[in-house]
Design a protein. Structure first.
Length: 246
């Protein structure tokens, strides 16, 4: 009990010191800093307390989530797991659909990204996900135009609000034979995904790799400690161990 009280006092004291420092050096930024702090604090406490996603959402200790709508679970078998000490900023969106699962390791930092899964997206520990990153383990729409036409008509027909009273039933026989193609995505420990990176189904990015800004990583196995760049991305460099020359 004494240790717990001491830890809470230390955290409170550190925050108070940061607040005083901000008053001295970042007065104009102080409102935004306070907004961010309270969003992280309130959202993380709320998500942890609500039974809404019980059994389908697993949060490690000290997970910080800035906005409630970040977590989206559609289906009783959908699953999202965030490792301890992870930070998820407000414009991130984690979406698991039907049997999809998203697993983020400890100390993950997710910026303004979208991760969508119908299969499996596994991201290791200490991974940096930058701005405008898109990760999806399935194809949303059919390539064959006749099948896609049925899908588009169904979306329009089922969209609300509706301003007509038509109850016309469309034939969806072709569409019923199509399922979104999906393959698991794996991103190893200590990976950095730069701004604007796209990772598509079937990609397996090895530990310690860096993906350059704007790259599109398609299905394939990419070795550990690689620098990936381009569209489609390819290995342009290997990263030497710390202290060694490249």
């Amino acid at each position: 009990m004494a240790v717990e009280i001491g830890l809470k006092w230390k955290v409170s004291r550190n925050f108070f010191l940061l607040f005083l420092q901000a008053l001295k050096t970042h007065k104009l930024k102080l409102p935004a800093m306070m907004r961010n702090f309270f969003m992280f604090f309130l959202t993380s406490k709320l998500i942890g307390a609500l039974p809404l996603y019980r059994g389908r959402l697993k949060l490690g200790t000290n997970v910080r989530i800035q906005k409630f709508r970040t977590i989206q679970l559609f289906g009783k078998n959908a699953h999202i797991e965030l490792g301890e000490n992870s930070i998820v900023y407000e414009n991130a969106l984690l979406e698991a659909v039907e049997r999809g699962s998203i697993r983020i390791g400890d100390c993950g930092i997710l910026g303004d990204c979208r991760i969508s899964s119908r299969e499996s997206v596994t991201i290791g520990k200490r991974v940096l996900v930058s701005w405008n990153v898109f990760i999806q383990d399935y194809d949303s729409h059919p390539i064959v135009p006749e099948v896609r036409a049925e899908q588009v008509k169904r979306i329009c027909r089922r969209f609300y609000p509706q301003f007509t009273s038509s109850n016309q039933i469309e034939d969806e026989l072709i569409l019923s034979q199509w399922a979104p193609p999906s393959e698991p995505i794996f991103i190893g420990d200590d990976v950095w995904l730069g701004a604007g990176v796209i990772v598509l189904k079937g990609a397996q990015i090895g530990h310690g790799s860096t993906v350059a800004s704007g790259s599109v990583v398609t299905s394939g196995v990419y070795p550990p400690r690689s620098v990936l760049a381009g569209n489609p991305a390819r290995v342009v460099k290997s990263i030497a161990d710390f202290g060694e020359k490249s």
